[in-house]
Write a protein that binds this ligand. Structure first.
Ligand code: PLP
Length: 444
């Protein structure tokens, strides 16, 4: 067969249309899809040789950029030595090292890590762990998982049941039970950006009211993103996480922070919950962990949560996992990624370049018609426009100008690799401003 050798663009395009089932995508896309063949630094290159500045970092996951030789070397060496071995039966050095490295980054008592393969799997595992935790401690009635209505935690069954996003929910009933949402606090409705006495946005009290309404001993956990990603790059109001931590403590509810998108420097801190001064019971991570080089995700738990599982009646531990949970090659890649981030001080860099980029976008886009708000933390920035059509037009115009941004409904999201230079950030700002201004003219 010659199938494996085909590389001419037109055949690849035809086969793409004929054989591939793209996730989250129209069966017949309005525009031909990019066929990407290479990448280096912050750029990706299509099959025709055209270069794009990837201001969306893949799916927000390419934090150390493309073609990073340290990561490639680590993957090659581990693949040659031992690709992996199931962690139900044995251990491998890269996985042990990575778990220890994460314990150091999170700090005590967040010391125990379970590895899985995607953010959605991390959500599923966290939900089960929370429910089991209470059951093992003699409170099996604590089943309900609370989350924000506009949150996003993935596309597996529990993750879908956790939010009100129509795109993921419609047509897949019956969904699993035991999930209740609370209203999303959106500061764009008020403008102050933090909790205050006469807040009009639904604050942490809605979490407490729901816990009380459902009754004592009903709620297992509250799961939340520090910055809603798919929900539109919506940072939680300052003080919100701290307040829900206190509420969770008062009512015996676990706090699960979903750092799948925000973790590993994206928001200008190693982890957004650390910047908020909050200690979760469980943290889920994925995207920035192996930075797109291989699939890898994790649930990191407080030591006290882990300890409870020794009482499990069946295996005396956790009854959950996948064949490739803790894949050795993925762990080796992640170790190299974390080393790149540390060696190059990319967390501080993301904070600095991100603040400049946010400032520029606020100044330049502030007076452009159709722009409602520019917001974000670090290198996770959202430009909220007044319509989905305008956001789609701006996103397409940026791509024509050689810069890839991501549209999430009426929001244009900007999240370049953390290695983005000041010059590249300036180009992103210029391109986005030009595209938004041109679109405002044609749409007025
Ligand atoms: N949680 C958050 C905050 C996410 O942004 C995502 C993915 O975008 C997920 C969970 C699900 O991760 P995955 O797509 O790897 O299943």
């Amino acid at each position: 067969s010659t199938v494996g050798c085909v590389d001419d663009p037109s055949t690849l395009g035809r086969w793409d249309a004929r054989f591939l089932w793209h996730p989250w995508s129209a069966s017949v896309p309005a525009e031909p899809r990019l066929m990407l063949v290479a990448g280096d630094g912050c750029d990706v290159v299509d099959v025709g040789g055209r270069r794009f500045l990837d201001a969306r970092g893949g799916l927000f996951n390419a934090t150390v950029g493309y073609g990073r030789s340290e990561v490639v070397k680590a993957i090659r060496e581990q693949t040659a030595a031992l690709m992996t071995y199931g962690l139900g039966a044995a251990s491998t050095p890269p996985v042990v090292r990575l778990a220890a490295q994460l314990a150091e980054l999170f700090g005590r008592p967040l010391t125990r890590t379970l590895f899985v393969n995607s953010g959605s799997e991390a959500t599923e595992a966290a939900v089960k762990i929370a429910r089991w935790y209470h059951a093992l401690r003699g409170e099996p009635s604590r089943q309900v998982i609370l989350s924000l209505a506009d949150g996003y935690h993935g596309t597996t069954a529990s993750a879908v049941a956790m939010t009100r996003l129509e795109a993921t929910r419609s047509g897949v009933a019956p969904l699993p039970e035991g999930f209740v949402t609370v209203p999303t606090p959106r500061c764009v409705d008020c403008g102050r950006g933090s909790l205050h006495g006469d807040c009009v946005v639904p604050g942490p009290q809605t979490v407490e009211e729901t816990i009380v309404r459902l009754g004592p001993g009903a709620v297992a956990a509250f799961m939340v993103e520090p910055v809603l990603g798919v929900g539109g790059i919506v940072p939680l109001p300052a003080g919100y996480l701290m307040a829900v931590r206190r509420i969770c403590d008062e009512h015996g509810v676990l706090l699960i922070v979903d750092e799948v998108l925000t973790g590993f420097g994206r928001t200008g801190a190693w982890f957004a919950h650390q910047a908020a001064g909050v200690l979760p019971d469980l943290v889920t991570t994925a995207k920035g962990l192996a930075a797109g080089y291989v699939p890898l995700a994790a649930v990191t738990a407080r030591q006290g949560v882990f300890d409870v599982f020794a009482a499990d009646p069946v295996v005396g531990g956790l009854r959950h996992g996948h064949t490739t949970s803790g894949h050795a090659v993925a762990a080796a890649a992640a170790l190299a990624v974390l080393q790149v981030i540390a060696d190059n001080d990319l967390v501080a860099h993301a904070a600095e370049v991100g603040a400049t980029l946010l400032g520029r976008l606020r100044a330049d886009l502030g007076r452009v018609p159709g722009v409602r708000e520019v917001r974000g933390h670090g290198l996770l920035i959202g430009v909220q426009l007044d319509s989905v059509v305008r956001a789609a037009a701006v996103t397409a115009a940026c791509q024509r100008a050689g810069v890839l941004v991501r549209q999430q409904k009426e929001v244009v999201a900007v999240a370049p690799p953390l290695i983005v230079t000041s010059a590249q950030a300036a180009r992103i700002a210029d391109t986005l401003t030009q595209a938004t201004t041109d679109t405002a003219e044609t749409m007025s």
